[in-house]
Design a protein around this ligand. Structure first.
Ligand code: DGL
Length: 269
């Protein structure tokens, strides 16, 4: 163990959705200190242009660097898709996004090599998952579908509402018609829709949770860099947002699967 290993892992997202990635990290790496930043003042990122997302990403990275983190996990699929290089260039720390881990898990899971990808408009338009899948295995045939209505439905807590089921059927039907056997949940919010998505895909596709795949990659990276926290002290998980900490606290529990504690507001400088 060294000083570096006791520093927190920095995780950021456009808002609240990245808590699904924190949840996966807490399950796999219960010893790690974590600092989370959600840009709740400027969410959503998924409907914005790559340029704007890249500008926001630099600010988000700076927030985490001020918290003295040892590595950065980009929980947001949209940022991972269009701005991962911005984080890598600025941070000079180990960095991972969620696209490569999710694509790797999907390429291992698929048997018929027909893989569906769902995400925000920005993630789907970037082709980041498609490019990564084809790099990993050129025999894979990817089929993408932007699902912009899912984020507000999840934030409203409509996880198993009739309306959500109908919308999921609309979105997923064209993918099922292509006979996909694997579906990448390429957005932080979608793990909360696993039941609805399993139903919409009529159980024919393995659902890939990019957050879970990312937690496994983070574990590997901590070992590679020899920065795994082996201290016996109870780990500290801190939450920061750029706006409305009360709202974040109220909805956050659903994403994290446990109580959040104190959420503080920070401003960009
Ligand atoms: N966190 C975003 C993502 O995973 C979803 C919410 C947004 O559009 O900002 O793409």
């Amino acid at each position: 163990m060294n000083n570096q290993s006791e520093k927190p892992i920095g995780v950021f997202d456009s808002g609240i959705g990245g808590l699904t990635v924190v949840r996966a990290l807490l399950e796999r790496l219960p010893n790690e200190n974590i600092v989370y930043f959600g840009d709740t003042a400027r969410v959503p990122y998924g409907s914005k242009s790559p340029q704007v997302v890249r500008e926001y990403t630099l600010d988000d990275t700076n927030v985490l660097l001020k918290k003295n983190v040892k590595m950065i996990v980009v929980a947001c699929n949209t940022v991972s898709a269009v701005a991962l290089d911005v984080v890598q260039k600025r941070a000079k720390l180990p960095v991972t996004g969620v696209i490569t881990p999710g694509a790797e898990a999907a390429s291992l899971a698929t048997e018929n090599k027909r893989v569906g990808i769902i995400g925000t408009a920005a993630t789907v338009n970037s082709n980041a998952y498609v490019n990564e899948l084809m790099r990993l295995n050129p025999a894979i045939l990817p089929f993408s579908k932007a699902c912009p209505l899912f984020v507000p439905l999840v934030e409203e807590g409509w996880l198993d509402a009739k309306a959500t089921e109908m919308i999921a059927n609309e979105y997923i039907f064209p993918l099922i018609a292509e006979r996909i056997d694997t579906l990448i949940l390429g957005c932080t919010h979608y793990p909360l829709l696993k039941d609805v998505l399993a139903k919409a895909s009529k159980g024919t596709a393995t659902l890939i949770d990019s957050g879970e795949a990312t937690a496994a990659v983070v574990e590997k990276m901590l070992d590679e860099h020899n920065i795994r926290n082996t201290s016996r002290q109870a780990p500290n998980v801190q939450f920061f947002v750029s706006d409305a900490p009360e709202k974040f606290t109220a909805i956050g529990e659903r994403f994290l699967g446990r109580k959040l504690g104190v959420v503080k507001r920070v401003s960009f400088e």
